[in-house]
Write a protein that binds this ligand. Structure first.
Ligand code: ADP
Ligand code: ZN
Length: 635
């Protein structure tokens, strides 16, 4: 392939040389020659200033008496020679220029040669001959090849998804020794579909299978097939399989297969669009090759629901392996894999980190470890300690701190009461997730954050939990209202999320007694827009009114619950706010400690009193800027 690259480059170099050469001939620069008009020339001749002239067709070159050179163009003037003779100018006549023979050939044949060259170039690209010049090849697949020795990924690098690994064992066995399986006439699956959210390690897993089996690994993304020109995708699929067979035994990995594998007939405008042709070709190729050729297709997607059913038929992707987000133990294992490559302080408890990162996929955990290592380096440490990890976790989950943002004291106090409200209700409402951290340092778009973390991974939620969540979400606004007796924009995000949750409780989870266990407004299944677009309204107007009422009731109940809790714990609200204003970030245990002190009566009573506000603070009444809403985060 390098050879071809050089050939291409040489071709362009030659062309460039020729261009420069031609340009030089045409513009032919020589000495300083005065360019004069024909009439000027005639005048000079008549005045006797011209010594000699060389006539070459219409072109006149000559010399004045004083030695300066000139040139001019003459019309076909029969009088000219006569006049020159009269004025005693020395005349030389020359035949018209003859360029050397090779230039003439070149000039007359150049366009032809160029055309033929371009034609040959494209023909070769289309046929894909020689396997070269990847950057220009349309019909060729863009698959990247990792040979056995290049890739070192094994199952040891993949953690936390043991079931998926087990399911792929069989594929490895087969790739290692195909004959063992064929002896008994068994058929090996041709394709395995890895299904799971982004970043859970699907690519890694496919690579590890190749690594364990010691075979080549081709990877390509579904979107690489799709090009502007019709037929290109199909030809790339063909090429991919040809390449695969050539390098067998191997694994062909197609990432994001949904880019080509979408339900047929789902494109706007219908009919045979490019994607459909590509998919058809993929199906044809999958039927055409036998897995005993030692080629196994592994594809990954996070949208199995949009795939064309034909892809999932036996003989194609007949195995589906689910690659889920890791649970707490899985996260611990993944963290172990990734921290094994960095120097770790003994104070680091990976269990705690795993516990504090619910919902994190492998890629996010890898990113977290990387961030922590960078942070430790920036802090000039030679080991990564728990603080680095905690800080980068905060950065990843809550957004980067914006310490430079200027916030008025009154706004800060407002935010502190708001977040304290969230935190206290989260502490006291039954069944809610424990408070992990409360902060009034602005991060991202939010002025403050209250973060709750579940004790274990949760896979489902009760109605009580959801009601508690609504109360927690409403608590920020409640606190502002209870303290200041007025509303601010700071609760916009909370309100939006609460409304969404309440609507789902009514419409999707059947948690409203009045509406009953029915689903309202199911997902639209209109094929022509790609199968996942909007909701259909499958209920009557009167039902819509009832739904809206129920949603409102849920949110308002949450609001009232939050208000009751806060009104009964005003002292705590002031105390937590004080602590927040003083420390900016506090964790759940500090609130516990305050609560315990209040119960035992040990607390300094002045801490429970309202915060004395500077007079201006009240007048300004802490408007929170539009768009920069405080938010509560429940993970
Ligand atoms: P996907 O293909 O599912 O989107 P990737 O395989 O590309 O995810 O994962 C990206 C990176 O995240 C990997 O290179 C690896 O560093 C890390 N990672 C993801 N899942 C795991 C896992 N289960 N074990 C170890 N590392 C993981
Ligand atoms: Zn809030």
């Amino acid at each position: 392939m390098n050879n071809n690259l050089y050939k291409n480059m040489a071709l362009w170099l030659v062309i460039a040389f020729i261009m420069v050469f031609l340009f030089n001939i045409i513009s032919g620069t020589q000495g300083v020659i005065k360019n004069i008009s024909y009439s000027e020339f005639l005048q000079s001749v008549q005045k006797g200033e011209v010594e000699s002239v060389i006539i070459k067709q219409e072109k006149l070159n000559g010399q004045y008496m004083d030695g300066t050179q000139f040139e001019s163009y003459a019309p076909n003037d029969p009088e000219l020679v006569k006049m020159l003779v009269e004025n005693k100018v020395k005349i030389t006549a020359r035949p018209p220029d003859k360029s050397p023979w090779y230039m003439q050939v070149l000039i007359s044949w150049l366009p032809m040669i160029l055309l033929i060259g371009v034609w040959i170039f494209f023909m070769r690209q289309m046929q894909g001959g020689g396997g070269g010049g990847k950057a220009f090849s349309f019909g060729k697949s863009k698959a990247k090849l990792l040979t056995q020795d290049q890739q070192k990924v094994t199952f040891k690098d993949v953690a936390g998804i043991e079931e998926a690994k087990e399911e792929l064992e069989e594929i490895i066995e087969f790739l290692k020794d195909p004959h063992k399986f064929q002896k008994l006439g068994g058929k090996i699956p041709k394709g395995v579909l890895l299904v799971g959210p982004p970043g859970t390690g699907k690519t890694l897993l496919a690579k590890a299978v190749a690594g364990e089996a010691g075979v080549n690994f081709f990877s390509i993304s579904g979107s690489d097939f799709v090009e502007m020109f019709v037929g290109v995708g199909a030809s790339r699929v063909r090429d991919l399989f040809d390449q695969g067979k050539k390098h067998a035994p191997c694994i062909i990995f197609v990432d994001e297969i949904d880019a080509v594998g979408r339900h047929r007939g789902a494109g706007l405008g219908g009919g045979h669009d490019e994607r459909e042709q590509t998919l058809n070709q993929l199906l044809v190729e999958m039927d055409g090759f036998e897995s005993n050729e030692g080629v196994i297709l592994i594809a990954a997607t996070n949208r199995p629901d949009v795939l064309d059913p034909a892809l999932l038929r036996p003989g194609r992707f007949d195995r589906q392996v689910v690659v889920p987000r890791p649970d707490m133990n899985g996260r611990f294992e993944i963290l172990k894999v990734h921290t094994s490559k960095i120097p770790l302080d003994p104070d680091v408890e990976l269990e705690t980190v795993a516990k504090g990162t619910p919902g994190f996929a492998g890629a996010e955990l890898a990113n977290l470890v990387n961030e922590a290592a960078l942070l430790a380096a920036r802090r000039n440490k030679d080991k990564v300690d728990m603080k680095d990890i905690e800080d980068s976790k905060d950065k990843v989950t809550m957004g980067k701190e914006r310490r430079s943002m200027v916030i008025k004291d009154s706004e800060k106090e407002n935010t502190a009461y708001h977040e304290a409200g969230h935190a206290i209700v989260a502490k006291l409402v039954p069944g809610a997730d424990p408070v992990h951290k409360v902060s009034i340092i602005p991060r991202g778009m939010a002025l403050g954050v209250t973060q709750q973390l579940p004790e274990d991974d949760r896979h489902m939620y009760t109605k009580e939990f959801m009601e508690g969540m609504l109360a927690v979400l409403m608590a920020g606004r409640c606190a502002e209202e209870v303290i200041y007796g007025r509303l601010s924009t700071g609760a916009g995000n909370d309100i939006e999320r609460a409304t969404d949750i309440a609507r789902k409780m009514v419409c999707a989870w059947g948690m409203s007694e009045k509406m009953g266990p029915l689903a309202f407004g199911r997902k639209d299944e209109q094929v022509f827009l790609g199968r996942d677009f909007g909701h259909t309204k499958d209920y009557s107007e009167s039902t819509a009114v009832m739904i809206d009422e129920e949603v409102k009731r849920f949110v308002l109940t949450g609001y009232n619950n939050a208000k009751d809790i806060l009104k009964n714990n005003m002292g705590l609200l002031h105390a937590v706010t004080r602590l927040l204003l003083e420390k900016e970030t506090i964790d759940g245990h500090e609130i516990d400690a305050l609560l315990a002190k209040i119960e035992s009566g040990e607390i300094d009573a002045s801490l429970l009193q309202p915060i004395e506000r500077k007079s201006e603070a009240k007048a300004e009444s802490a408007e929170v800027k539009e768009g920069e809403e405080a938010q509560v985060e429940t993970v």
